[in-house]
Design a protein around this ligand. Structure first.
Ligand code: UDX
Length: 464
């Protein structure tokens, strides 16, 4: 099939490239000429494992190209995907649809007969109806269809998720869109017998928000239980295992962490709440999820405070892992940001390291010295905080890390390390949802060469 994709952001790039991998001819359009020039040179604007190779392979095979020329891309396309951003509107929380509507207006006069316009961006219920109206108001003749086809890709494993989906959701209102969309997906997914859920367009739009809100709620549920585990001396990992193996519950997304972040859950939960409010409906569970998650991200700073004796003023804290999760350079709503800001407000000097996200981190974080090397980052630090469990961070030599630090506090917000291994390397470890080791039980750290400052710290850690 001939496909045009409007927008070369995350969703557009991954989806279009995978459609090309399935044998379709895909042309990308973006009005940012510089971005298109870079893409034509093989330079991707995002980091996603495996995407580079997939783009190159399909470009070389002549199935993938990039252009600023909207007319050339759209005129003979059977399917036109709108995959532009829908950021949260500042101060409102609802999705900003101006890019979607602008794309609809621009493609309207160019569409081929019976072209299917597919909204791939995450959009509130009724957006497909609005897109249809916009196109109809511009076109004087010719028929077209508008479909909804949300994506459920996780950053970091997006290609795998696209090529091996649990299900595909398609919202259509007419036979033409039904036939074209089923043809697009059914062959490549026939072998895996992947369910294709065909619904009304509005249902399809809402499915995306409901799925994200449910997953965000599931994470928040286990995060709150992790707090309880810490107090009652149990282990949230074992708890999640015992609970999640019940098929009605399911094991995935039960990892207790510092709070969810990223480009989707925070934005989409807020947008869903706005839609509900507009219709006089209170989604109380989602409201609580949003509030609890925001509070949790800030509360993580208190864990650091506790671990260093109650006060970070004048202390140096090294944060390892800055992106919102591993295998992405995305810093959007990353838990590291409120954590660092809170620590700085309490008087700490914060240093940071991330294997891939440093460029984006430098744009967002103020007064944080960034290091390519995790050991340099931790040099003379009073505490190390693990905020993102990158593989390279999991593989850190704990004994070497401890050696370069001033004090033994390791706050592992991703449960990346086995407590016994960390303790054997000389650390005093605080984790998530694992029994709290009270200060009174801790080994008091007396460094070999005791400086006045170290003595003061040793006094802080003596049993209360
Ligand atoms: C999410 C959805 O999974 C995807 O379907 C949707 O299309 C876009 O949003 P993404 O944001 O890329 O994908 O990452 P995901 O792996 O879902 O993680 C989101 C956040 O939840 C991260 O901050 C992650 O660390 C956190 N998380 C995830 C947990 O805290 N615990 C878990 O068990 C899983």
């Amino acid at each position: 099939m001939k496909i045009a994709v409007i927008g070369t952001g995350y969703v557009g790039l991954v989806s279009g490239t995978c459609f090309a991998e399935w044998g379709n001819h895909v042309v990308y359009v973006d009005n940012n000429a510089e971005k298109i020039a870079r893409l034509n040179q093989g330079e991707l604007p995002i980091y996603e494992p495996g995407l580079d190779e997939l783009v190159t392979r399909n470009r070389n095979a002549g199935r993938l190209s990039f252009t600023c020329n909207l007319a050339a891309a759209v005129e003979d396309a059977e399917v036109v995907f709108i995959a532009v951003g829908t950021p949260a509107r500042v101060g409102h929380g609802d999705a900003d649809l101006s890019f979607v509507y602008m794309a609809a207006r621009e493609i309207a006069p160019l569409l081929a007969e019976n072209a299917v316009v597919v909204v791939k961006s995450t959009v509130p219920v009724g957006t497909g109806d609005a897109v249809e109206k916009i196109i109809a108001s511009v076109r004087s003749r010719g028929s077209f269809s508008v479909a909804s086809n949300p994506e459920f890709l996780r950053e970091g494993v997006a290609i795998h998720d696209f090529l091996n989906p649990d299900r595909v959701v398609i919202g259509v209102e007419d036979e033409n869109a039904h036939a074209v969309m089923v043809a697009l997906y059914s062959d490549p997914l026939a072998e895996a017998r992947t369910p294709i859920v065909l619904t009304q367009r509005r249902t399809s739009e809402l499915i995306k928000y409901a799925a994200n809100a449910f997953l965000a709620t599931k994470i928040t549920f286990i995060n709150e239980l992790a707090d309880l585990c810490e107090q009652v001396g149990t282990n949230v990992g074992e708890l999640a295992l015992g609970v999640g193996l019940d098929k009605r519950i399911g094991s995935s997304f039960l990892n207790a962490r510092p709070g969810y972040g990223g480009s989707c859950f925070p934005k989409d939960t807020l947008a869903l709440l706005r839609t509900a409010q507009d219709h006089g409906i209170a989604l109380r569970i989602v409201e609580e999820t949003v509030t609890a998650n925001e509070a949790r991200k800030r509360k993580m700073a208190l864990k650091v405070l506790d671990a260093v004796g109650g006060d970070v003023d004048g202390k140096t804290i090294a944060v390892l892992g800055l992106t919102f999760k591993p295998d992405t350079d995305d810093m959007r709503d990353a838990p590291s940001v409120p954590l660092i800001e809170t620590l700085q407000r309490f008087g700490a000097t914060v240093r940071g390291h991330d294997p891939v996200g440093m460029e984006n981190a430098a744009r967002i974080l103020d007064d944080v010295q960034l290091f390519d090397d995790p050991y340099e980052c931790a040099r003379d630090a009073d505490a190390v905080v693990i905020v993102t469990e990158w593989e390279s961070i999991r593989r850190i030599d704990l004994a070497r890390l401890r050696q370069v630090m001033r004090a033994p506090a390791l706050i592992d917000l991703r449960n990346a390390f086995e407590p016994a291994a960390a303790e054997a390397a000389g650390f005093r470890i605080t984790a998530i949802g694992r029994p709290i080791v009270r200060q009174a039980d801790n080994v008091v750290d007396f460094p070999a060469k005791s400086k006045p400052r170290d003595k003061a710290r040793a006094a802080e850690t003596t049993p209360r």
